[in-house]
Design a protein around this ligand. Structure first.
Ligand SMILES: Nc1nc2c(c(=O)[nH]1)N[C@H]1C(S)=C(S)[C@@H](COP(=O)(O)O)O[C@H]1N2
Ligand SMILES: [Mo]
Length: 254
């Protein structure tokens, strides 16, 4: 019925050929059904090749040559943060909010009780330096599976304790966001350990994001809230991150 050429014409030919063709597609033996299946596979393969589940390189212990060089905020001076830090972060809670079916509030102990992942990766700062370090934390996917983003959710936004700028207009707090492809990526973790010790304050204690296929500024330190959103409109100046609001790329892929 359908010759090879009309199959290759794909969507255009199908659109012209009417309902009988689509009825025929419900028969799983049909050529058309196979065509749909292979189109879907092709699209998926192309997307994954570009952005999907590519892993960042991982390294060996011997490649860790120094501590992780601290950059940006190194000791947030918010009163709430300082009080928690003085108390070993026992009062810390990570909040999951926004477009989720099950809002969560997790203590560090609860987070640490979830399955963990350790990875040795290279951190590339846009300023031109790199450091290899070992990060331990909970895959963000694990916690997202508990919070259950709604179908409307498109981005995970990370709200941080540190004010990175102060002006007459008030404090500007650090924030970042990633899409759900990066959020569910196996190397995207909420890290509470670094090089075999609890995450030091200068590197984001008690919890920071690692999103290994992007530049350093995406890796929000001092995270207290993860908010699932459908757009950047309600965040900062509306471009998805503190640095994106200042002209840097929102997607800082490496
Ligand atoms: N909350 C917060 N997160 C942040 C920053 C910051 O100033 N505040 N700096 C970013 C930048 S530019 C880099 S390179 C890394 C530095 O992480 P490190 O201090 O562990 O090296 O954190 C990123 N995450
Ligand atoms: Mo950076």
């Amino acid at each position: 019925m359908l010759d090879r050429r009309s199959l290759l014409l794909g969507g255009a030919a199908l659109a012209l050929s009417g309902c009988k063709v689509f009825d025929n597609a419900s028969n799983s033996d049909s050529t058309l059904h196979r065509l749909f299946a292979s189109h879907e596979a092709l699209t998926r393969t192309a997307q994954r090749a570009l952005i999907g589940d590519r892993l960042a390189p991982e390294f060996a212990e011997a490649d860790i040559r120094q501590g992780q060089r601290p950059n940006g905020s190194v000791d947030p001076d918010s009163a709430a943060y300082r009080q928690m830090a003085g108390n070993g972060f026992v009062d810390y809670r990570l909040t999951f909010t926004g477009l989720v079916e099950t809002p969560l509030s997790l203590s560090l102990a609860e987070i640490a009780a979830l399955p963990s992942r350790t990875q040795i990766t290279r951190h590339d700062c846009v300023e031109g330096w790199s450091c290899i370090a070992k990060w331990t934390g909970t895959p963000l996917a694990t916690v997202l599976n508990l919070a259950k983003p709604t179908l409307a959710a498109r981005f995970a936004a990370f709200h941080c304790f540190d004010a990175i700028e102060r002006s007459l207009a008030g404090e500007v707090l650090y924030y970042e966001s990633i899409d759900l492809i990066d959020a569910y990526h196996p190397q995207t973790i909420l890290a509470y350990g670094m090089n075999g010790t609890p995450l030091p304050m200068e590197n984001g204690a008690p919890l920071r994001l690692r999103v290994e296929r992007q530049l350093g500024y995406k890796m929000a330190k001092y995270v207290h809230t993860i908010e699932l959103v459908d757009s950047f409109a309600s965040l900062g100046a509306g471009r998805g991150s503190y640095w994106a609001d200042r002209g840097y790329e929102w997607y800082a892929g490496i």
